[in-house]
Structures are given as C-alpha cells and as structure tokens.
Ligand binder design. Structure first.
Ligand SMILES: [Zn+2]
Length: 472
C-alpha cells in the first residue's frame, strides 16, 4: 500500500477515533446506567406508596437524597406533611421555554394474597421485575430521575431548563398533587412541554408493533338520573312505575350513539392504524376518516363489537354503571337513581351535553343532573410541535415501529398541566399485549415489567430529553 494511502488511513482513523471520543463523552455508559436503574427502580418499588394513604413523603425524601448528593437542587412542596411533591431543576440558558418531566409517586392498593412475589419487593425473576407501580408509574419515575442524573453528570449544556416533578395523589387525591401544584405553585413547574405517563410500546409475541403516545384525553363526569313515580303495591301494575321509567331512560341512553367526531389525534391514529393493519381492518379505519358516510357507520358498528376501546375514542359516550331503586319485592318504589359514566371529547361543553341527555330520555319523570364529584380540566394537544417530532424520531429509531397518537378514555394528571397551556405527551416502555389479560397490567392483581424494556425506556427517555433540551 502506498505511503500516502497508509497516511491517509491513519489520519482517517485518528479523526474517527477523535470523533467517536467526542461523541461518546456525552453518551452514558449504558451497562452501568442499566445496573443503577435497576437498583433505583427496585428501591422505589420497595417503598410502599399505596394510595390511600399514599405516604409519598417517604419516597420524596429518598429521591431528594439521591438528587441532592449529585448537586441537583431540590424543592419540596406539600399541603400535607405525609403527601409531598418534589421539584428538581437543571438550568439551561433560557433560549427556550422549560421542559417538564412528570411522574407520580403513589400507586393503587394491593391484595397481597394475589401476588406470587411480594407487591413491595421489587423482585427480579427471570426477565421480569415485579411490584406495584412497575408500569404505573415508577417506570416513568425512574426514567425521569435517571435522566436528571445523566444530564447533570454529563454536564449537558441546555437551551432550556429541565424540571422534574415527582407528584403525590395521582391515584385519587389530586388536591395533594397536581391540582395543588398547578393552582398554587405553577411557577415551579411552568414549561412549554411536558412528558408523563400514558404511552407505551405495544408488543405482541415479543415484537414491538407500534408506539402509542398519549396526546389527549376525554373528560369525565357522572350524570345522575333521578326518577320520581308513585309508590304502590306490587300486585297492582301501574303506568308510572319508577323501576320501569328508570329502565326506559337507561335503555334510551344505551341505544343513543353520538356521531363520530375526529380530532388531530384521532385522525392521525386511524390513518396510521390503517398503515399497519390487515387489508380489511385498514379499509375500516380509512372509512372512519369520512364520518357520516355509510361505510363509516358500518365500520363503527364493527368497532363497537370488536374494538370498543377504539370506538370510544371517536365520539362522546354514556355508560350506565349504577342503578339504585327498590327495597321490597312487593312494593313499587316511588324514587330511585342511576349513575351514568359520561366521557366527552376534550372540546365538549358539559352543560349542553346534560341538555342533550335530557332530550334523549325525553321523560318529565326523570331529572338529570351532574353529581358533585371532581371535574378535571381538559385541553387538546397539538401534534405539529418540536416535542412530538422528537418523540416520534427517537421512538422510531429505538424501536423501529410507527408512532400512533392516542387519546385516552380516562383522565391523567396531564389534564391539569395541559389546561395551563403546557403541551404534554404521555410516553412509556414496551409492554407485552399478552400481559394485560394475564393480570399483570397497571392496577391489576399483579404488576410487572420486562427488565430489558425498562432499560430501553430509560435510554429513549434520556434521548428525547437531550434532543429537546440540549444546546444545538
Ligand atoms: Zn398512573
């Protein structure tokens, strides 16, 4: 080989070596990070934050110690000493608005007898890590905490502040957590974008199918039907039997189908589901993109029978859930109530929807009102943002599957933050679709995550934050 070529090669390899050194100096040592992630994750699972009562302060103190030891500023906010929220901030140069990383500390309660491994043990068995909170939401908690540690250690220069909020009371008790934080301490968490729970990489047969990113949620409220009739003896049928009137009202609501109404999120969802589906399913999803057409109606009927979870995202829904009437077999009762679980598209108005319910029932004997339960705020999120693009890129690169924006039928804490003008996106780790019916999903009798999927999630999470916040 001529000297010039050898020299050229040497130069190239020196350059490559230098280049890779400069790149990898900011790239974490993933083997070490995975090990550390596992230790922190197990410790988080071992701290019992079942809500009620929550006792999130114990976990807040644990996390505060880890962050403070590495020089990250931590602030604690609480309106109940046992139910603290933690805020940590790594400062950027302020050329962009902050990025908020949000995760909740509390978990739902457990029935310990149903668990094959201790619910607060954090047991690693074969390839799974078991514990309440494993996929809701200590996975996001450890991913956001690890990201903060990596940003700090690697001295990543930031265009925007990165804020970490570990919050109390998501599983019932927002007055201690996100409602309190957005109402009284919003300046501590104010941001352009936020990342939180609610998404996942859907796997089947061990392969990733697609990534669901939560970009919106329906808002819920309970409608109460109150019936008033005339009491009487069960031996003498009457025309104003309250049991019958209430039954007719419930039937009228059950038969009522609100029309399909699409948003940015559901339009994109249907189009992308079509891209990855069998020809018959794809035709159905595409038909739904033309609401009002006969093909859309037919596709909707199919979804109602076969994919009710998808059907629910396309329109407002009313679901009867509780009926309270009668007390003796031979007495016609004079009064009773039914509860209707109402889930509305984000831009609907509660009051006019209540009028619509009354019109459908069309019976003066039935009074319709909202119960006085909690009403979460709601706001739609845009998909044409830098944050969504970055999430799409990173998940695409890391998992090699398409991203499908999802609206959730239930509300998360993001609703409060979105209502303040922050664009929140729900992301999550890879979860086997088969695991949910087996009883290992969020809020299930047991809960677990694949060890490897936890590590992949932390890597994707870190990469999203670096691309969104690091100096360009
Ligand atoms: Zn959750």
């Amino acid at each position: 080989m001529p000297i010039s070529r050898i020299l050229f090669r040497a130069l190239i390899s020196t350059f490559l070596c230098f280049f890779s050194l400069t790149v990898t100096s900011a790239e974490p040592d993933w083997d070490a990070i995975n090990q550390e992630t596992l230790e922190h994750f197990q410790a988080m699972l071992q701290i019992d934050t079942s809500n009620p009562p929550g006792n999130e302060t114990v976990l807040v103190e644990h996390i505060a110690e880890i962050l403070s030891a590495e020089g990250i500023d931590v602030e604690i906010y609480s309106n109940d000493p046992d139910r603290a929220n933690l805020v940590a901030r790594i400062r950027g140069n302020g050329s962009k608005q902050p990025l908020l990383l949000m995760a909740h500390l509390d978990v739902v309660t457990v029935d310990p007898e149903k668990w094959s491994f201790p619910p607060f043990g954090g047991t690693l068995n074969e390839e799974w890590i078991y514990g309440r909170g494993a996929v809701d939401d200590k996975d996001n908690l450890v991913a956001s905490m690890m990201t903060m540690l990596m940003l700090k250690r690697n001295e990543i220069e930031l265009d925007r502040d990165v804020i970490f909020l570990a919050e109390a009371g998501e599983e019932g008790g927002v007055q201690f957590g996100v409602e309190f934080m957005t109402r009284e301490n919003f300046e501590a968490i104010d941001a352009e974008y936020c990342l939180a729970e609610g998404g996942s990489v859907v796997r089947a047969g061990g392969e990733a199918l697609y990534t669901g990113v939560q970009t919106g949620e329906k808002k819920r409220r309970t409608a109460v039907l109150t019936v008033n009739g005339i009491a009487g003896h069960g031996s003498i049928p009457t025309r104003n039997n309250a049991v019958v009137l209430l039954g007719q009202a419930i039937t009228a609501l059950a038969e009522w189908q609100e029309p399909i109404r699409l948003s940015d999120t559901t339009t994109t969802m249907l189009a992308r589901l079509a891209d990855i589906s069998s020809p018959e399913s794809a035709a159905r999803y595409r038909a739904l993109l033309n609401p009002g057409s006969a093909a859309a109606e037919e596709a909707m009927l199919y979804l109602l029978d076969n994919e009710p979870g998808t059907a629910a995202l396309l329109h407002n829904t009313v679901t009867p859930t509780i009926v309270n009437i009668g007390y003796r077999y031979n007495v016609i009762p004079s009064a009773g109530t039914a509860s209707i679980d109402v889930r509305l598209l984000p831009d609907e108005d509660f009051d006019s929807f209540l009028d619509a319910i009354a019109t459908v029932i069309d019976d003066p004997a039935i009074e319709v009102s909202w119960d006085d339960g909690l009403v979460r705020p709601s706001a739609a999120v845009q998909l044409d943002t830098e944050a969504f693009q970055v999430i799409e890129q990173v998940y695409g690169e890391h998992y090699g599957v398409p991203i499908i924006p999802r609206m959730s039928t239930g509300a998360t804490d993001m609703s409060y933050v979105r209502a303040k003008g922050v664009s929140c996106y729900g992301i999550g780790p890879g979860i086997d679709r088969e695991d949910v019916p087996l009883g290992y999903g969020a809020h299930s009798d047991q809960e677990r995550i694949l060890e490897q999927e936890l590590y992949l999630f932390v890597q994707a999470y870190h990469e999203i934050v670096v691309r969104l916040a690091a100096q360009q």
